[in-house]
Design a protein around this ligand. Sequence first.
Ligand code: GTR
Length: 327
Amino acid sequence: MSNRRTVLATGAALAAWTAVPLVARAQTVWKASDVHPLGYPTVEAIQRMGKKLEAATNGRIKIQMYPSMQLGGEKEMIEQAQVGALQIARISVGAMGPVVDDLNVFNLPFVFRDEAHMRKVIDGPIGQDLLDRVTASPQSRLVVLGWMDAGTRNVYANKPVTKPTDLKGMKIRMMGNPIFVETMNAMGGNGVAMGFNELFGALQTGVVDGAENNPPTLLAQNHYTVSKVYSLTGHLIIPEIFVFSKRTWDGLSKEDQELVRKLSREAQLEQRQLWDAYVGDATAKLKAAGVQFVEADKAAFYAATQPVRDKYGSKYAALLKRIQDTK
Ligand code: GTR
């Protein structure tokens, strides 16, 4: 075909495309999933990314969000993304540790000095290197799109937990990863591994005495209606990632992959802004609802969890040193 005819043909195809009502056009709908409800920073950031994607592709690709664990917990979300049953999953690095062991370095108690330190690390070469390793790992079957923030995790229950002995005899729900169960045991309590989707019921019925998480989760998952005391133990600062199904990814054009990459970088930045605002909001709402915020002896919890860092940290010794040296 001559160039002129190609141009004409393309023009005709375009005209035909625009003439067809939107609903009749072949539209690709990517499923995205999150355990949190609409309005939560991670959910909001992906939805905004979806709107931009739809605009940039003239409606050819759309993201349909399934929030609030509609597609199951994080373990299920990872499995569905791996087989291509969903395209975008936002998950905690806590849940990804068992899939790609390198990530477990971020799941160690008190591995970061504070949230600013964690951000420095994920924004720098260590963060990029870990994302690349997840994408390159044959068992992940996921392409990582970026990091998201999830603040600091603190213990919540119906009594203050200011020092290790306060946790004696208490069953505290932890994410399903042996590091977390051992961390809670070292902190003085009894760690119970449990899916996030079972937690609200378990708190209500007393199957567990408490759990640990960031203020936005305590609010958004309504756990504060059952657990009224939030003790600032600060034992874990775990970032999150959002991933794309490798199976779907491999079928995309280079242009679409580039577009998704670009919009993902924007989503990562946007989520951080949304996160900072939401933490302030959530804290104020929790306090107004009568949740008591209590200072805890972090140094005592740090010392108590040293055996966990020794046991699991030795294989990442070089990486741990680089994390510590990040100023
Ligand atoms: C939240 C996180 C979720 C999930 C949850 C949990 O902070 O955003 O992705 O990991 O914690 O404790 O299971």
